[in-house]
Write a protein that binds this ligand. Structure first.
Ligand code: CAA
Length: 258
């Protein structure tokens, strides 16, 4: 377990990395220290050969957004010279699958980093929103872009223009989250899903993630070709023979990443 000032990281023998945002007194508001440490923790998880990353928040929030106290006196020059907030994008660039385990508030930047996760599991008491408009700004870590791609223009405009919050049930209905479970079960559910994914062939998992993400970025014909090329490629590896043999032999597969 590595403890930073604003977060902690634990990478288990099962290949699952658990990264916990840890400024509970400020509802895990995302400040500069946390952003820098977050990037360092992702590097650490990569060095430790984590196969899946679970991201959660300590206390009663996943994260209540960028740190307003830190931002209030910043100028345009400060923001643009430092390209403030840009390091959060490192989460979206991870090659391994990421699972967000959301208890409590996921607002502003908190909602935006939740949306970078590949799978999002919410507790029934969780709430999501992009309240930046009430602060005289707009979302700045992808909230106008990822939210629109995920839930469509009508829902995204409603959330971004009014700043209203949606509860977990509504977030599930509009396709923002993958699953809703009881608040007490969120982390277990996420870790169980992570362990399951970590047990599959790493190459097949990477191919699956890359292909699904392509769906957002290419016309259908290109995406289908990309998928088929990956599908064919997986037949170059021993894990394909093992997975299919195990099915036919009626036994669990033993993937070796070969
Ligand atoms: N930044 C800094 N501090 C924050 C914070 C934030 N985003 N959100 C909460 N806090 C702090 C509060 O100031 C408070 O600190 P003190 O105890 O020192 O007063 C503490 O966390 C607890 O918060 P509340 O007392 O407000 O708790 P509550 O239960 O009454 O309300 C809440 C919870 C509805 C989440 C409310 O805290 C809130 O509205 N927070 C701000 C949400 C927000 O506007 N987020 C967007 C930020 S801008 C952004 O994220 C831009 C971007 O796209 C990157």
């Amino acid at each position: 377990m590595s403890t930073y000032d604003t977060l902690s990281l634990a990478v288990g023998d099962d290949g699952v990395a658990l990264l916990t945002l840890n400024r509970p007194d400020a509802l895990n508001a995302l400040n500069s220290t946390m952003m820098r440490e977050f990037a360092e923790a992702l590097d650490e998880a990569t060095r430790a050969e984590a196969r899946v990353l679970v991201l959660t928040g300590a206390g009663r929030a996943f994260a209540a957004g960028a740190d307003i106290a830190e931002m209030r006196d910043r100028t345009f020059g400060d923001m643009t010279d430092a390209d403030h907030l840009s390091l959060w994008e490192r989460l979206a660039q991870l090659r391994i699958p990421t699972i967000g385990a959301v208890n409590g508030f996921a607002l502003g930047g908190g909602c935006e980093i939740a949306m970078m996760c590949d799978v999002l599991i919410a507790g029934e008491g969780a709430s999501f929103g992009q309240p930046e408009i009430a602060l005289g700004i707009i979302p700045g870590i992808g909230g106008t872009q990822r939210l629109t791609r995920i839930v469509g223009k009508a829902q995204a405009m409603d959330l971004v223009l009014t700043g209203r919050r949606v509860d977990a049930a509504e977030a599930h209905r509009i396709g923002l989250v993958s699953r809703v479970v009881s608040d007490a079960d969120v982390l277990d559910e996420a870790l169980t899903a992570a362990r399951k994914i970590a047990g599959f062939s790493a190459r097949a998992v990477r191919a699956a993630k890359e292909c699904v993400l392509r769906a957002d970025q290419t016309p259908l014909s290109e995406g289908l070709l990309f998928e088929r090329r990956w599908f064919h490629s997986l037949f170059a590896f021993a894990d394909q023979t093992e997975g299919m043999s195990a099915f036919l032999d009626k036994r669990p597969a033993r993937f070796t990443d070969g």
